[in-house]
Design a protein around this ligand. Structure first.
Ligand SMILES: NC(=O)c1ccc[n+]([C@@H]2O[C@H](COP(=O)([O-])OP(=O)(O)OC[C@H]3O[C@@H](n4cnc5c(N)ncnc54)[C@H](OP(=O)(O)O)[C@@H]3O)[C@@H](O)[C@H]2O)c1
Length: 346
């Protein structure tokens, strides 16, 4: 009989780590022993899981003995140091950081998009990378249209929640909002700009040569890797907005072949992990709040982009240009849920 796999969460006390616990519990993921790991700062702290307190232990090089699957969400430098140690111990690693995403030997997987990429590592101790959160959320909405009509070009603009920068960033937004409303000054530590009552260019590193920040570059490079298509044209503008969780994105598409709006809606309606929220009569569409805590990516504002080629045939508009507005919880589908789905597939 197959024994149940022992699971470790590295970074269990963080924004993604806590969500991992919630996702494992919610999906009744069958596992053996569960090990919660974080820095020495959190060792001894307890987190509740399935109604019981679980003690957090300090991550060390010996933490992976007897662990079958390790879910990493403790930042790139910890992943670079400890994922190879875990693999050498015989542990299968699913890593949420960007450390290994573009390594050609490492599968970069969204289960609804490219599950076959896991075939190369099935049954082995290896690293599997979870893609960038904005990329996952975008591909959840765009991939069904790629399957049906092909995709030539994507122009994405993001409206990203502060929790994408971790638990401390959520505290910063709350503290700044309180300070400003109380007539005081907002103190910025995590972000380079005030996040309360403000909208600003994404805080990731800016490439002085291209003018693109790292988040924008990830959306281009990772989408191409996941699709195995280096020719698809993608441009992105990534921006932080003062919301706690769930990223929203405005997406402009050029399909490879013309489609009607009805066909686009039908392709989205049957896509797993996608929910259409598109009530023109009531002006109700995806929002960060509606997406918060949800597994599905919400898709709305589905419309023809008449600035691109279109023609009217048989009373219907056939177009290659379409606009969407989407929202997805980046702590769930953009991180924890996607990682747990990969573990389920394995
Ligand atoms: N937030 C998102 O929406 C999101 C989405 C996709 C991917 N990710 C990626 O997921 C990772 C975690 O992000 P997060 O938002 O959860 O960050 P976070 O809230 O800041 O949590 C960081 C976690 O890493 C642990 N950690 C820090 N230093 C450590 C060390 N030296 N040894 C062991 N554990 C250590 C922390 O433990 P302590 O509590 O002990 O400090 C905490 O559990 C990052 O790589 C991030 O890029 C995040």
């Amino acid at each position: 009989m197959n024994r149940l796999k022992n699971v470790a969460i590295v970074g269990a006390t963080g924004a993604v780590g806590r969500e991992m616990l919630d996702v494992l519990e919610g999906r009744r993921f069958a596992h053996g022993e569960l090990t919660l790991l974080a820095s020495s700062r959190s060792a001894g702290q307890t987190l509740r899981y399935r109604g019981e307190p679980h003690t957090v232990r300090e991550l060390t090089k010996d933490s992976f003995k007897g662990v079958d699957i390790a879910l990493f969400s403790a930042g790139g430098s910890i992943s670079k140091q400890f994922c190879p140690i875990a693999v050498a111990t015989g542990t299968m690693v699913i890593d949420n950081s960007s450390a290994f995403r573009m390594d050609p030997a490492v599968p970069l997987v969204v289960p609804e998009v490219n599950p076959r990429a896991l075939d190369a590592v099935r049954g082995k101790a290896a690293i599997i990378a979870n893609p960038n959160c904005s990329t996952i959320i975008m591909l959840m909405a765009v991939n069904p249209l790629r399957s049906a009509f092909g995709i030539k070009r994507i122009a994405a603009s993001t409206y990203q929640a502060v929790s994408g920068a971790g638990a401390a960033a959520m505290d910063e937004l709350a503290a700044q909002a309180k300070a400003v409303l109380g007539g005081g000054k907002a103190e910025a530590n995590i972000f380079h700009e005030q996040c309360a009552f403000n909208v600003f260019s994404h805080n990731s590193a800016m490439d002085p040569r291209t003018g693109r920040n790292l988040e924008e570059q990830k959306m281009v490079d990772e989408s191409r890797k996941i699709w195995g298509d280096q020719t698809v044209r993608i441009t992105a503008t990534c921006v932080r907005v003062p919301v706690m969780r769930a990223h929203a994105e405005a997406i402009n598409l050029t399909l490879s072949k013309p489609a009607t709006e009805k066909q686009v809606r039908e392709a989205l309606a049957k896509a797993p992990g996608v929910e259409i929220v598109d009530d023109r009569a009531k002006n109700l569409f995806p929002t960060s709040l509606k997406a918060s805590g949800k597994d599905d990516v919400l898709v709305g504002r589905i419309r023809v982009d008449e600035s691109q080629d279109f023609e009217t045939r048989g009373g219907e508009v056939w177009a290659t240009g379409f606009d969407l507005f989407i929202a997805g919880d980046q702590l769930r589908k953009g991180a924890a849920l996607n990682a747990v789905q990969i573990a389920e597939l394995l």
